[in-house]
Design a protein around this ligand. Sequence first.
Ligand code: KG4
Ligand code: ZN
Length: 334
Amino acid sequence: MATALILGIESSCDETAAAVVENGRNVLSNVISTQIKIHQKYGGVVPEIASRKHLEAVSTVIEEALGEANVTFGDLDAIAVTYAPGLVGALLVGVSSAKALAYSLNKPLVGVHHIRAHICANYIEHKDLEPPFVCLVASGGHSHIILAEDYTKYKILGQTRDDAAGEAFDKVARVLGLGYPGGPKIDKEAKNGNPDFAAFKQVSFGKDSFDFSFSGIKTGVINYLHNLEQKGETYNRADIAASFQKSVVEVLAKNLIGAAKKYGVDKIAIAGGVAANSALRAELEKRKDNLKLYYPSPIFCTDNAAMVGCCGYYEFLNGNFKDLTLNAIPYLNV
Ligand code: KG4
Ligand code: ZN
């Protein structure tokens, strides 16, 4: 097949990103402009600020992605953009830019679902990976167990009924005074702590359900700390971080493996910011049995546009094009 060059654009949260991807799996450039430093002082992403910062960065990021890949706008075969789900004002910046490019260059426009893109991040470094496989997508906004039946066909097998896993990491990090974003900070802190110091109770919805609940674990940590404070007792932050992390990671691993076994799939993958967690990776290695485990490098776990270019390629091959009425959608099923 002839080479297809896709420009991916991502702006659903606090990363403005653009990448050029060849034939879905060969990343020629991957440019990310992060707003983390700006949102850090508020302890989380401020949507209005995120939109403005995307607007300031988007053109430069796209130009850099083309420059690094050594291609011109004319070389591109399609423009792929994340259009759902995410912060609507943030998404709109990427969507508007992609529409303007597609219109002015007279190139096809491809709409990419952010969760599908996270799953596709696994294809980039694992050239042998092909569907079907079951993927855990855990990030600041989502916690899903998804069956990737085909490159463009997905089925949700389980999801969180309250907080996302990453959200719980971020909130617990905040009460521990570790700052934002909490996931990487808890991951690091937990390395010096005892995971069996405290048992934060997990919620299970029965053996046939792969749904999650993380708000109970989060509240468990908050109540535990309150209790200690009231009694005037001190605690080791690393022990709390390690115990919290253990509780979350165990349930993520259990549901992913349980779903793969139930659906008779021999490959599992992880994706999204929480997939960068070292304890989750270790837990899955320990539990995986005969299942083949895939995960992306940390740079492809958190938000990036290479995964959008990859996912966009498969939508492109499938003829899933959008016209200029494409809009940003804050919530959308995968
Ligand atoms: O995928 P992502 O960049 O953005 C969303 O789509 O939400 O994920 C960000 C989330 C944050 O909640 C962050 O704390 C979490 O991923 N995260 C981690 C780690 N690195 C990022 N959580 C646990 N351990 C990590 N190492
Ligand atoms: Zn994401």
